[in-house]
Design a protein around this ligand. Structure first.
Ligand SMILES: *[C@@H]1O[C@H](CO)[C@@H](O)[C@H](O)[C@H]1NC(C)=O
Ligand SMILES: *[C@@H]1O[C@H](CO)[C@@H](O)[C@H](O)[C@H]1NC(C)=O
Ligand SMILES: *[C@@H]1O[C@H](CO)[C@@H](O)[C@H](O)[C@H]1NC(C)=O
Ligand SMILES: *[C@@H]1O[C@H](CO)[C@@H](O)[C@H](O)[C@H]1NC(C)=O
Ligand SMILES: *[C@@H]1O[C@H](CO)[C@@H](O)[C@H](O)[C@H]1NC(C)=O
Ligand SMILES: *[C@@H]1O[C@H](CO)[C@@H](O)[C@H](O)[C@H]1NC(C)=O
Ligand SMILES: *[C@@H]1O[C@H](CO)[C@@H](O)[C@H](O)[C@H]1NC(C)=O
Ligand SMILES: *[C@@H]1O[C@H](CO)[C@@H](O)[C@H](O)[C@H]1NC(C)=O
Ligand SMILES: *[C@@H]1O[C@H](CO)[C@@H](O)[C@H](O)[C@H]1NC(C)=O
Length: 396
């Protein structure tokens, strides 16, 4: 049965691929000595690992032609399974990203309970204790510019109903990292929401003036609203305005992450006693008429003046989570490919940004948002699909 599902999904993936061609495995590229699989194109080189289908390194040349590794990860792929303290580094949170209120939800009048793993058992984060980003995916294809991972998530795992089969494909074209995630619910109706939980520091932690990302600028041109949450970041059903010049205004103009760092209202903005950002911004662009997400402009632009590296994020997703790493405290190591001499080789508080393309968080517990078609899938439904392109340029 498994083989059949895999073939079905692979065929589907192949059929869905249009501009990019899907390559069947025909070689034994990788893994390298550190257990990583390389893919590359002009101006971009990425290393990936089966653990969580994670990105482990992303190399981009900065404004001075120096190669920077701009994502967090570990040097050795085997370390991910050993280290208990890895905050979902670069992986695919699944089968349901972000938080599930009360670790429960209702589908067709049946209440399901999933494993709580945060806030003393009050909620489920990123799919539970053994979510997808704690498991090894299977590498089903690897070429010089593309890699595809698969996972079969069994019925009942972490309390979720039904089996889910998923394929994650990463592809490089010049200066661009493409993401395509497909997931099929094969036996029962179940929630599915995926994302890429990549931690960014566009300076590769090598900016001599700051180990933080507070000087990175962010522009979210379609995000005048955000999801209202309680003190433990659980959506409370409200949709809030990001009023112009408020701390959450990233839509009216690009703004440095740290621009409003001393504004009193930034305290508590990422949960009780937390200063900074951990917010789900909505992406509203249907009002401008029909659009093609590949060409209609990025949902987010993130830049660092120091490295000159600029990132445009294009996606078909309707929300965008920004986390400014307020929870980092100098214990997570950076990689040998990052940092500078004479500074601790760790991630300081605010040292990174997590930027997550996704759907509206915990919509499975907010039926009035009417997002069931985007988040609940059963056998015979269209597959869950997430697509994104991360396009880099360098200011001269
Ligand atoms: C796969 O086959 C193609 C076409 O024959 C070839 O160009 C490519 O180098 C092969 N890849 C590997 C990894 O062998
Ligand atoms: C990575 O870790 C594995 C397992 O501990 C080890 O066998 C391997 O030598 C390590 N690779 C490098 C380059 O350190
Ligand atoms: C960075 O520039 C060097 C020198 O031109 C080149 O060899 C390398 O491939 C570039 N790195 C990337 C990621 O494009
Ligand atoms: C994932 O695979 C690596 C390399 O084979 C292995 O060391 C590790 O124990 C595996 N981790 C899990 C969670 O299965
Ligand atoms: C919360 O979960 C408990 C059991 O874990 C359940 O009994 C209760 O109905 C749930 N409450 C809500 C409001 O969903
Ligand atoms: C960060 O930006 C602020 C202005 O917002 C500026 O005063 C400061 O010098 C910058 N720091 C670095 C290290 O670039
Ligand atoms: C936030 O920073 C921006 C840019 O410096 C500024 O225009 C705005 O007034 C600040 N807002 C608050 C609430 O401090
Ligand atoms: C928040 O900080 C206050 C003042 O330090 C403290 O009394 C309170 O216990 C903290 N609350 C939480 C949830 O950490
Ligand atoms: C830093 O954060 C980690 C992970 O949350 C935690 O285990 C550790 O105790 C913290 N260390 C300090 C010094 O606060």
């Amino acid at each position: 049965m498994l083989t059949l599902f895999r073939l079905t999904a692979a065929a589907l993936l192949a059929a869905a691929a249009t501009a990019q061609s899907y390559s069947a495995p025909n070689g034994t590229l990788g893994p390298d000595a550190e257990g990583k699989y390389e893919i590359f194109a002009e101006g971009i080189r990425g290393l990936f690992i089966p653990y969580g289908a994670s990105i482990a390194n992303l190399f981009i040349n900065d404004t001075n032609g120096i190669e920077r590794d701009i994502v967090l990860g570990f040097d050795n792929a085997s370390h991910y399974s050993v280290d208990q303290f890895h905050p979902h580094l670069g992986g695919v949170p699944g089968r349901y990203a972000n938080r599930i209120k009360n670790s429960s939800f209702v589908i067709d009048d049946v209440e399901y309970h999933v494993t709580p793993n945060e806030n003393q058992g009050k909620d489920t984060l990123h799919g539970g204790l053994d979510g997808w980003d704690y498991r090894n995916f299977t590498v089903v294809a690897h070429t010089t510019d593309s890699i595809t991972f698969s996972i079969v998530d069994p019925d009942g795992k972490e309390g979720f109903p039904g089996e889910v089969v998923s394929y994650i494909t990463y592809t490089m074209t010049p200066n661009t990292w493409h993401i395509k995630m497909v997931a099929l619910a094969t036996t029962k109706k179940t929630p599915i929401m995926l994302s890429s939980h990549t931690y960014w520091n566009l300076d590769g932690f090598a900016n001599p003036d700051t180990p933080t990302a507070l000087n990175h600028s962010i522009h979210l041109p379609y995000s005048g609203q955000r999801v209202g949450v309680d003190g433990i970041l659980i959506p409370d059903g409200t949709i809030l305005p990001n009023q112009k010049y408020s701390v959450n205004d990233f839509w009216s103009a690009p703004k440095q992450v740290g621009a409003n760092h001393t504004a009193p209202e930034l305290l508590g903005n990422c949960g009780t006693n937390c200063t900074g950002y951990d917010n789900c911004y909505l992406v509203n662009r249907a009002q401008n008429g029909p659009y093609d997400w590949r060409t209609a402009g990025p949902v987010a632009t993130v830049e660092s003046e120091w490295s000159g590296i600029s990132l445009n994020i294009f996606t078909d997703q309707d929300a965008f989570q920004v986390y400014s790493c307020g929870g980092q405290n100098g214990t997570l190591p950076i990689k040998s490919t990052q940092g500078i001499d004479d500074r601790p080789r760790v991630v300081e508080q605010y040292g990174c940004l997590v930027l997550e393309v996704q759907d509206w968080i915990d919509a499975i517990n907010q039926p009035e948002w009417q997002r069931e078609k985007k988040q609940v899938f059963g056998p015979g439904d269209e597959p869950y699909v997430l697509e994104a392109a991360y396009e880099f340029s360098v200011k001269s």
